[in-house]
Every structure is written in C-alpha cells, then in structure tokens.
Design a protein around this ligand. Structure first.
Ligand code: NAD
Length: 471
C-alpha cells in the first residue's frame, strides 16, 4: 500500500510527523498502513482553505464542474483494481464483490451526477420571483468504514457539483481509498482548497469539523450515536446537516411468497459485506406456521457462504473490519442465547481455521422476540434474526417496531399486495420481491436512521440553499 502518512490541504500533500493510527488488514489483523492522527490545528487549516476557496468555486461554471467530474471518473476507472483491493483488505469484502460494489459504485455515482448536472435547474421562475439554488458553503464530510469510498463519493460529488467546498474526514479504520481519491482529485483541474482531506480521530479532528463556525454544513454517515452528537453540535450554530445512520431492517415474507427465494434473498442481503451494511435485512419476519421451514432454509443458505480470506476467489464471507467489531458481534450472539432465542446456525467464535484476523461465523437465530435487544439493536455483523408473526397486521407492527427505518423488503406471490404492504413500512427504501438496488433513487432513513437523502437530485439538493429574488 502507498505511503498514507500525509494530509491533503489546500491542493498540497503535506508530510506528517505527529502521532499515527494503525490500519489493520481484516483477514490477518496485521498492520497494513499508518495514517495521521491529525488534530485540531490541521483541521482548522483545512477548513480555512475550504473557506477561502468557496467564493470562487461557488461561481464556477457548469463546464468547469463537469470537466472536473469527468477527470475524476477517468481516475476512478484507472484505479478501480487498487480501490477494490484496498477495501477488500481493510474491510473484508470478497475481492470480486469489492470490484463490483466498492470500486463500481463510486464510478456509477460520478456518472449519475455527470448526467444530472446539465439537466438540473439551478434557478426557476415562480410568478414574479426567480428562485435560485445556491451552494450551501463549506461542507464537512465525515464517513464510516464499511463502504469507505462509496460513502465519501455520495457526499463530495454532489457537493462539488453544487459549488460547495469540502473538508473530508474519512474513517480511521478504512482510510486507504480516501488517499487514492485525494490523489485522483489532485491530478484534476479542481482549484486548490475545494477538496481537503484530513485523517484523524472523531473526538479530535472530527469534533473540530462539526463545531467550526466556518463549516456551513456537516454531511455524515456512520452510527446513530455519532449522528446524535453531530445534530447537537450543529444546533448550536444552526448548521445544516445530513445524517445517514444505522438500521435494523425487516424482510417481511408473506404466506403466499416463494419461501425459498425470499429466504435466499434475505440471507444474501443480510450477509453482504459480512453484515457490515447499514441497509442489511437483519430481521426476517415469517408466518409462524412457516418458521421452522424458514430457519432450515436460512441454515442451508448460510452454509454456502464459504468463509475465508477476501482476496481468495472461493471466499463468500470475509472477516469484519476490526477486532472491536468482531468482539461486539460475539457479545450480541451470546446475548441472543441469554435472551432465549434459538441458535439455528453459527455461534460466537471464529470459523474453524480462521482464528487469526477478525472473522465471525454466519449466524442465524430463530424464535427471536421482537422486543429483545437482539431484534432491536444494530449488530453490524453476519447475524440474522428470524421472527415469527401471527398475521399481516402483526408483521407490519413488528417491521415498524424499532427506532430505525432505513431499509426493508416485502415478498409475496401477489405483486400488488407486496407493494401495498411496502407502502406501510416506515422506512426510506423497500425492496419489493427482490427489486434491484437503484443508484438513481433517493437513499436515506426515517427515525434514527437518518435525516436527508443521498443519490440523484435529492442528494444534490442537500448541498443547496434556496434564495428567491422578487422581480
Ligand atoms: P462511527 O459513528 O463510529 O464513525 C463514523 C465516523 O464518525 C468516523 O469517521 C469517526 O471518526 C467519526 N466520529 C466518531 N466520533 C465522532 C465525533 N465525536 N465527532 C465527529 N466525528 C466523529 O460509525 P462507524 O462505526 O465507523 O460505522 C458504522 C455505522 O455507520 C453503523 O451504525 C452503520 O449503520 C452506519 N452506516 C450508515 C449508512 C447509511 O447510509 N445510513 C451507511 C454506512 C454505515
């Protein structure tokens, strides 16, 4: 891996000689890189650079913004293999899948904004008024480890396209691709100071970013706990904020569904990226009469998820990103047993022969009580809860019965009925009978899952303020 001991401030790579943070390879636990543990001073310099660059970039033309995004797209394509391997090693996602998702989604996001930008109306006429959509200002972007470049791209591409300037604080657990991104942007025509990247801990570098008076908006993806801190800090200064947070999403399987296909679809979704996915369908709701059969099918499906080093071709289930995350998953599995759920597959501990690194077994619990902690709290690991329900009304009540509302699924032999039930779920997106993920559609959460939306025009509007001229 490249030398990551640098900061990217005001269009310059700066050497860093202070404290560093270790980045671990998920499959081995070994240190694969060291990144700066930058603090308040460095963050303040990055914010000052973004502030100074704003006036000019906010008045950049559509052609200038488009050109930079095209150059960014070329760089992402050229370095796709490096991006996939970096995330695979840091986070644990199998390499082939990382190529499709971790390297593929940033390309798709850039392409989608290149298409949207010329179509988007930055002003419109309403009676005797001209309504203008103006860039919000300096944006602080704070991101987590699980889809480390994808989550950054959903912020910086629309922010730059909107005419904002940016300071990025990437995850300290999986920061490698933020350095690749800074390197790519450094080669483009983006003026100095429009994009800055400072790696450091949340409590210091992140804290400075969310509280600084020259930061006009914070765009955050991460845990609900940190999102809460950000909302409080933003309130002090009336900063704008967008929050993409946790989830505990339900897959509602109706009695007339193709049970085998629905269970397979749910298990595959739940175990994607070893369960380190905010939208993971971690609660599978099944008619009580089909509970045991659904558990058997789920156990068969997880048995096919061969665990191993994510760089090996046969691997379908990689490790978790950190020792802390693995231990948290083990604790939840033990808790599930204490709470009286039935362990159907897996259990606490690493799969045989994979004791090194941060591996956890794909685990299925049956007869999970809807109000138990196992069914209510985000685990962020390969753990599926099967919850029996008596009737449709109870299924909807259970599906909506957590503080979260990020994603969901409904499965039925009757497409109209599936859509009707999907419309009752208090959640930002619902997959109806296995409908495909759509990067043009808005993405975000109800309740404790989020505030605001990413992707498409909704993602661009997050970074725009509205001004109306009375003419
Ligand atoms: P986290 O909240 O611990 O960290 C996210 C980022 O916030 C990191 O960069 C971290 O350094 C920073 N941070 C931590 N404390 C901070 C503070 N006091 N001030 C400012 N910044 C601070 O989250 P994580 O553990 O890295 O990621 C996992 C979580 O992210 C899960 O809850 C998951 O559901 C969520 N997530 C949500 C989405 C979504 O789109 N809704 C997508 C991916 C992940």
């Amino acid at each position: 891996m490249n030398d990551l001991s640098k900061l990217y401030i005001n269009g310059q790579w700066e050497d860093w000689t202070g404290d560093t943070l270790d980045v671990h390879e998920a499959a081995t636990g070994e240190v694969m890189a060291k990144v700066p543990a930058a603090g308040r001073d460095e963050m303040e310099r990055a914010i000052a650079a973004a502030h100074a660059a704003f006036d000019s970039w906010s008045e950049s033309t559509l052609e200038q913004r488009t050109k930079v995004l095209e150059q960014l797209l070329d760089g992402l394509k050229a370095r796709a293999d490096e991006i996939a391997e970096t995330v695979s090693r840091e986070v644990g996602m199998p390499l082939k899948l990382a190529g499709q998702i971790q390297a593929g989604m940033p390309i798709l996001t850039t392409q989608s904004y290149l298409k949207l930008l010329p179509e988007f109306a930055f002003s419109e006429r309403v009676g005797n008024s001209e309504v203008q959509y103006a860039p919000v200002g300096v944006v602080g972007c704070i991101t987590p480890w699980n889809y480390p470049l994808h989550q950054v791209m959903l912020k910086i591409v629309p922010a730059i396209a909107a005419g904002c300037t940016v300071v990025l604080k990437p995850s300290e657990i999986a920061p490698g691709t933020a350095f690749i991104l800074a390197d790519i942007l450094d080669q483009t025509d983006l003026p100095k100071g429009v994009f800055n990247m400072v790696c450091g801990l949340g409590q210091t570098a992140g804290d400075t970013l969310i509280k600084h008076p020259q930061v006009n908006m914070v765009s955050f993806t991460g845990s609900t706990r940190t999102g809460h801190l950000i909302a409080h800090a933003a309130a002090d200064d009336f900063k704008r904020y967008a929050l993409e947070m946790g989830g505990k999403s339900a897959s509602v399987i109706l009695p007339d569904a193709d049970l085998k296909a629905a269970v397979k679809g749910t298990v595959n979704n739940c175990l994607l990226n070893s369960g380190q996915t905010c939208t993971a369908l971690t609660r599978m709701l099944v008619p009580a009469s089909q509970h045991d059969e659904a558990c058997e099918l789920a156990a068969e499906a997880v048995a096919k998820m061969t665990p191993g080093n994510p760089l090996e071709e046969t691997t379908r289930l990689g490790p978790l990103a950190s020792a802390q995350q693995r231990d948290k998953v083990f604790d939840y599995i033990r808790l599930g047993q204490e709470e009286g759920a039935t362990l159907v597959a897996g259990g606490a501990g690493a799969p045989d022969g994979l004791e090194q690194g941060y591996f956890a077994k794909a685990t299925v619990f049956g007869n999970v009580k809807p109000d138990s902690r196992l069914a209510q709290e985000e685990i962020f690991g390969p753990v599926l809860c099967v919850i029996p329900y008596a009737d449709e009304a109870e299924a909807i009540r259970i599906a909506n019965g957590t503080a979260y509302g990020l994603s969901g699924a409904v499965w039925s032999g009757d497409a109209d009925k599936a859509k009707k039930i999907a419309g009752k779920l208090r959640t930002g997106q619902v997959f109806v009978n296995g409908g495909a993920f759509n990067p043009q559609a808005p993405f975000g959460g109800f309740g404790h899952s989020g505030v605001g939306r990413e992707f498409g025009k909704w993602g661009l509007e997050e970074f725009l303020e509205v001004r109306s001229l009375q003419l």
